[in-house]
Design a protein around this ligand. Sequence first.
Ligand code: NAD
Length: 299
Amino acid sequence: MRIGFIGLGNMGFPMARRLVERDHDLVAFDTNPSALQRIVALGASAASSAKEVADLAETVLASLPTPTASLDVATSDTGVVHGSCVQRYVDMSTVGSQIAVRIHQRLSQRGIATLDSPVSGGVGGAERGTLALMVSGPRAEFDRIEPVLEVLGRPHYVGNKPGCAQTMKLANNILAANVLAATAEVVVMGVKAGLDPAVMIDVLNAGSGATSASRDKFPRAILPRTFDYGFSTGLMVKDVRLYLEEAEALGVPVDLAATVARLWEATAQHQGSDSDFTAVIKPFEQAADVIVGPTNPPQ
Ligand code: NAD
């Protein structure tokens, strides 16, 4: 099956590569020419716009950094909506349900089906094909492309209401944002008290305090102080803001989310939006005057 792929960044490139490696005929586009060149070198063909991708492929996938980019790629004058071949558009970006609904409304005017399929599992999951894909849209379209999605990870059908998979994704990510910030705060406290952070992480992982942060993010990117997990602080701020917008529109409590949002906004301000999101520990370290790393000796 010929597949179009738009957005070849940290997530999009490894996903596109898996599809090429499974012998899918891939036509790709990215505004960054070097990103496009990397996938062409593996056997994909290059398009010059999102519209051209949609002129050449019935199924178009996208992995884009911001809601604005997603809206632009789907609905602008050079967007998927004007493609002559596209039958279904699958946005794997995190955009929130409101943008997803707008994209669905615009594309449905041209008879193009939309599926939201935000993903969880990080760059490692994209490379290994172990992402959790949360999919909403017409069931028959989901059934048709499920084998393609299975190359990328495990698809979970969330429902047919446009945008509902985005709501699911934001629920997932606000929890991930909470536990990374909470684990950072707690480990900084322990180090200040003289605990070895590596021992702390081992013990947390053996006990009831284990989190996705202690199991994965601390060992991989914080304790070795590489801060290279592959998800930017700016993207986490985007997801947290989208969650707050969505929850506030529903009129539900946001006490924890509002507090954690302030921490992420401060991290973006002090570490930069392009910093890796594991840098969220640095403001805690600075405030406590400690460094969490492999060199902290037990006291
Ligand atoms: P990224 O910034 O690394 O990649 C985005 C890519 O899109 C870049 O190559 C950029 O050049 C391209 N792009 C931007 N605007 C474009 C346009 N108008 N047309 C074509 N290409 C365009 O971002 P990422 O980390 O790969 O994240 C992509 C999406 O996946 C985001 O919505 C993010 O929230 C979500 N996500 C990321 C992770 C992660 O760990 N990085 C995990 C889960 C979900």
